[in-house]
Structure formats: C-alpha cells, structure tokens
Design a protein around this ligand. Structure first.
Ligand code: ADP
Ligand code: MG
Length: 329
C-alpha cells in the first residue's frame, strides 16, 4: 500500500504520458446521401469505434427527422399538408425551421428552405437537356416564400400556407447534423475530432500531437491543387460548390442552388467557403452567397462576427472577407 502511495505521482505521470499516445480513428461512409468522414481522437481502437458509432447514430436520427426524401419523416408530413393543415413536429425540427427563417431574413431571402418546390423543374443529375419554360418557372416560383412558413410555438406546429409548397434542408441539414454529432461526442467526453460532411467540416480539440486541425482549401479550377491551408480551432468551415451538380444550358453553367426570388439557378460563382463557429450557419451562408453574389455576399459576411469567407468566381478570381489573408502555399 505504502509502495502504491509512493508510486502515485509516477503513475500519474505515466498516465499523462500514455495519454499523449492517443490516436486518431476515422471512418468514411454515406449518410444523408453524402460522404461523411468521421474522425475521433481516442485511447484505443475500441473506444474510437464506439465513439464513431455514436456519431453515426446521431446523424442517422437527424436524417430520419429532416429528410424530405423519406416519406415517413416529419418534414414530408409538413410538405404533404401544405395548404391543408398545420403539422405538429418535434421541438428540434421546429427550432431548426425557425433558425432557417432567421437566415432567410439575414440574407434578404437568398436562403429559403421553401426553394424545394422548384425541385420538379430543375434537375442537376445530368437528365436535363433544355431550359424549362418561363411559364413553368413562374408557376413554381410563386410557391417559394419563407414568409408563408407559419410557425406556432404554442402548439409546436408548422404550416405551409400555399398548396404545392415544399421545404427541404439540402443547404443546411448536413451542417446541422455535423454540429449535433460534435456536441454529442463532446458531451460523452471525446476530447477531439472532426466531422466532415462532404466538405462541411466541424472540429474540436486538437490533433494528438497537440497541433490544431488544419483544413485544405482546393481551387475548383484545379481540384488537385491546394491553395490555402487554415488551422481550425473548435469551429467549422463549409465549402459549397458542387462541381458535379450543375447543368449547362444555352452555353451557360448553372449550379444546383436556386435563386428563390427568380426561380432560376444561380450562376457566376463556382465555389464559396465560409468559416463560422457553427457548421449550420456556415452551410446556410455558403449557399446564400451563391445567390447574393460576390459583392452583397462579402458585404453581409463582413458585418457578421466570427464569420469569414472565400469566394471563387467562374473566371477563377478569388475574393476574401476582410479578416482573411491567403498565404500562397
Ligand atoms: P452542397 O452541400 O451540395 O455542396 P449546398 O450546401 O450549397 O451544397 O446546398 C445546395 C442544396 O441546397 C441544393 O441541392 C438544394 O437542395 C438546396 N437549395 C438550393 N437552393 C437553395 C436556396 N436558395 N436556399 C436554401 N436551400 C437551397
Ligand atoms: Mg449549404
């Protein structure tokens, strides 16, 4: 016993030293229709595996709640009852929709989860060969409008006022899921990790060698070339610019992001990277900047605390918000 007492300080030192031998464990899989890479720092592979499993079940749970593809989700129920009646939803979904509406207000309607009624007009899977008619577009865009998403906090209901309205979380859901998975792992005592939801990155803690996690930003003009490397300390970075999801019509390239005010896809910008404390906001803002355009987008970001961005236009010009400097590497 005495010996053990004498050894205690040494044991503590030993634990700290072996603690330093922590490793990163990673898994890649498809969730929410996208590639996710989940990285955690753990003492051994069992702990690493368990923690990755926790993150996966959290993301799967969120997918079930918010997916508009899943006919049984609460989101689908809201869409089915558009123009008919309010739908009672979980507080979590209610709050997510409430925050989405706040972002619509912040971006003058550039971000709008009710963009989704345009889904039947624009296809970005390569199946579209000609421009939809202006008539069709104007009929559909009349259904878009966050002002017609009616929330009732006292009953926890969501009501889409117009028949044919539809909401979708394509531009915010992955960021939200990344934030939730991160928060859950932190609450379970996981000291460090990265949730990467197809380019929506969210980090906490640091690498086992105590250095901060770093993210590489690639230039969409040359995907193999990293043009900037940023340390990411307990925050999120999201790159929106889906080089696969676009359509070429009449010699013009359109992205899969719709301008809710016109019903036409945005063009001109090919990549937006947003840094923010939370992935949800970064995700939503990255999408919004495509619609707002470079000047309005930069202006808006420059007014938001702790938010920065990098915009690349179709000519390859790079613009940054005021607190970002890119050291060429
Ligand atoms: P990705 O994650 O595919 O790189 P984004 O995060 O920018 O891209 O989200 C794009 C998706 O957001 C679209 O596929 C669509 O589901 C949805 N979306 C399109 N336009 C808007 C908009 N104006 N506001 C909100 N969501 C939109
Ligand atoms: Mg987005």
């Amino acid at each position: 016993m005495l010996l053990l007492n004498k050894l205690t300080p040494f044991l503590l030192v030993f634990l700290v030293v072996t603690g330093y031998a922590q490793q990163t464990y990673q898994r890649t899989l498809k969730l929410m229709g996208s590639r996710f890479d989940i990285t955690v720092v753990a003492n051994d592979s069992v702990q690493g595996k368990n923690n990755i499993d926790i993150a996966i079940s959290e993301i799967t749970r969120i997918e079930k709640l918010i997916s508009s593809w899943d006919v049984n989700s609460q989101t689908s129920k809201i869409n089915k009852n558009a123009g008919i009646k309010p739908v009672v939803v979980d507080a979590e979904l209610f709050e997510l929709i409430k925050r989405a509406i706040s972002i619509s207000k912040l971006t003058d309607g550039a971000f709008d989860i009710s963009y989704a009624s345009m889904d039947c007009i624009w296809k970005f899977d390569g199946s579209m060969t000609k421009m939809p008619s202006a008539d069709k577009i104007s009929v559909s865009v009349a259904k878009v409008g966050f002002q017609n998403i009616i929330l009732d906090k006292s009953k926890n209901t969501v009501f889409l006022k117009e028949k044919g309205m539809k909401i979708g979380f394509g531009a915010i859901g992955k960021g939200y899921a990344a934030d939730k998975a991160k928060a859950l792992l932190i609450s379970k005592g996981v000291t460090a990790g990265i949730i990467n939801a197809s380019g929506d990155m969210n980090t906490w803690g640091s690498q086992p060698n105590s250095k901060p996690w770093k993210v590489a930003i690639t230039n969409p003009m040359n995907k193999n070339k990293v043009f900037a490397l940023f340390p990411l300390v307990n925050s999120a970075v999201v790159t929106s610019g889906n080089y696969e999801k676009f359509v070429n019509l009449n010699g013009k390239r359109y992205t899969h992001i719709i301008d809710p005010r016109t019903g036409y896809p945005s063009s001109g910008i090919i990549s937006v990277t947003v840094f923010a404390p939370k992935a949800e906001l970064a995700d939503a803002l990255a999408t919004s900047i495509f619609v707002m355009g470079k000047d309005v987008g930069l202006n808006r970001v420059n007014q938001l605390p702790k938010v920065e961005c990098i915009i690349i236009d179709e000519k390859g010009n790079i613009s940054t918000s005021k607190n970002i400097t890119i050291d060429k590497i």
